[in-house]
Design a protein around this ligand. Structure first.
Ligand code: ZN
Length: 80
């Protein structure tokens, strides 16, 4: 009896976060740009930590070597 009263009128799309009328959920197609923005938004903590992790790697002995080696390879390629 109260089931229809408890149904929300809109639900967030789990893939793009768009607020979609519940009755149209089966017909919903994610807008590509909105889907991409939502996926990036969900990864924001990982994206934010990337710079910190990269800086830590580049400061490590292995990272310093990789940086030196990449620069050396770039200069050798430019000399050809
Ligand atoms: Zn969607």
């Amino acid at each position: 009896m109260f089931g229809s009263f408890l149904q929300p009128q809109f639900m967030p799309c789990p893939d793009c976060g768009a607020s979609v009328p519940t009755a149209e959920m089966d017909l919903h197609e994610c807008a590509r740009e909105r889907w991409l923005d939502y996926q990036i938004f969900q990864l924001r903590a990982e994206v934010a930590s990337f710079d910190v992790q990269l800086a830590a790697f580049l400061a490590s002995p292995r990272g310093r070597f990789e940086s030196y080696y990449a620069e050396r390879q770039r200069l050798l390629a430019a000399a050809w």
